[in-house]
Design a binder for this molecule. Structure first.
Ligand code: SF4
Ligand code: SF4
Length: 383
């Protein structure tokens, strides 16, 4: 038996699955239920906005998951920061009083998170900046508001909350911005299990990533290159996965130090496409392969029908509706398991306890009661 944490083991065996809640997504009730569901579906990492309220609700959801299945390893908790203007760190906004009464409201229809509802306008917590609403407004009313985190303020805050990982979103040409974030983060890296660098494609991508690798080396924690193929698009259709796989291939070929994990366009077709390209680790252990994949908009869209039903039942706590929780976990597992199944036969790839989950102390948990036991029985032994 190796001494690795479950999540680290997944990176090493090419079965790493990260849930992306959204770097700008701040809808706390949805984040709580999303995290609970995917934690119970055995993801390795949960990536959330660098917002203390979001981190705390994520930790609360992880504690509930631990109550329901104490034997299940806890995922690492990651927060995402940016070093400059980046599409993941923005919100849409408009003044609904300016909308013509006869507008057919294409903005409402296209929004993947139901963040827009007239006459109120935009629910900013639900908006994750996908950008789909502003081109469809015939009046040109919708504007984009970017947000850049101030590293000296946000990094100490999130580290003190006990997170396990940080991701820095950067882009070719923003090396000075990256250095500013790195200056603040570097002295604290030994408190992390993992540092991830997320970057979209560009003709100069590889030389940019090499410059970053030189700057941050040596690292006291694991390093993941997140190849952001087609940002925030996995829910748009099968084709988006091609961009994600192509970019992962390009970065793998550069043989940078660290793991390569794809994102940006990942969906239910991603593992099949990776297998067709021979990029899964079990297909050729001698060659460099992807360490895993991160799923954002597709993973969230899968559970939208569950959230709608929860709303109809006028409750926000998924664990209080065991039938819905069970359906949510089944949907999540359908996405998680194809990647995990490639670990079958790889020694040490399952069943390891997490060394550092990013969870706070469990001492504030209520005593197990009959309700909890019933919930636990349903989760562990679905009919
Ligand atoms: S469509 Fe995208 S950018 Fe517009 S409100 Fe919805 S989540 Fe925000
Ligand atoms: S599409 Fe534009 S004008 Fe129409 S409801 Fe939406 S924001 Fe208002």
């Amino acid at each position: 038996m190796t001494n690795l944490s479950h999540s680290l083991n997944s990176l090493q065996t090419g079965t790493w699955f990260k849930l992306i809640c959204g770097a700008s997504f701040q809808d706390l009730p949805t984040i709580r239920n999303l995290v609970l569901t995917y934690a119970l579906a055995s993801v390795d990492c949960i990536d959330v906005a660098a917002d203390p309220a979001v981190v705390r609700i994520t930790q609360a959801a992880l504690r509930i998951a631990h109550q329901l299945q104490p034997q299940r390893p806890q995922p690492w908790l990651m927060v995402s920061l940016n070093d400059g203007i980046d599409p993941h760190f923005r919100k849409a906004d408009f003044d609904p009083t300016q909308c013509p009464v006869d507008c057919p409201r294409p903005c409402e229809v296209i929004c993947p998170t139901a963040a827009i509802a007239l006459p109120n306008g935009i629910n900013r917590d639900r908006c994750y900046g996908c950008g789909r609403c502003w081109p469809v407004c015939p009046q040109g009313l919708i504007q984009e508001h970017a947000h850049i985190y101030e590293p000296r303020t946000i990094i100490p805050q999130v580290l003190d909350l006990g997170i396990a990982a940080i991701e820095i979103h950067t882009q070719v040409g923003n090396f000075e911005g990256f250095k500013r974030v790195w200056q603040v983060l570097q002295p604290h890296c030994d408190r992390l299990q993992l540092l991830a660098i997320s970057c979209p494609d560009h003709p100069e991508l590889i030389s940019y990533l090499r410059a970053i690798a030189d700057l941050i080396s040596p690292l006291p924690c694991e390093l993941v290159w997140q190849t952001d193929g087609r940002p925030m698009s996995g829910d748009l259709g099968k084709g988006t996965t091609h961009a994600a796989v192509r970019l992962a291939q390009k970065v793998l070929a550069a043989e940078l130090p660290g793991y390569v994990q794809l994102a940006g366009g990942t969906n239910a077709h991603t593992v099949t496409k990776l297998a067709e390209q021979g990029l899964l680790q079990h297909q050729n252990p001698e060659r460099r392969a992807v360490a895993g994949a991160a799923y954002g908009s597709y993973a969230r869209k899968l559970l939208m029908p569950i959230w709608q039903e929860l709303e109809q039942r006028k409750t926000s706590h998924l664990e209080d509706q065991p039938d819905l929780l069970q359906r949510a976990i089944a949907l999540a597992k359908n996405l998680v398991q194809p990647l995990k199944q490639h670990s079958q036969g790889v020694p040490g790839s399952t069943g390891l306890a997490s060394q550092n989950s990013g969870l706070g102390a469990l001492t504030d948990l209520p005593q197990q009661d009959a309700r909890l036991k019933r919930q636990r029985a349903i989760v562990e032994h679905p009919s």
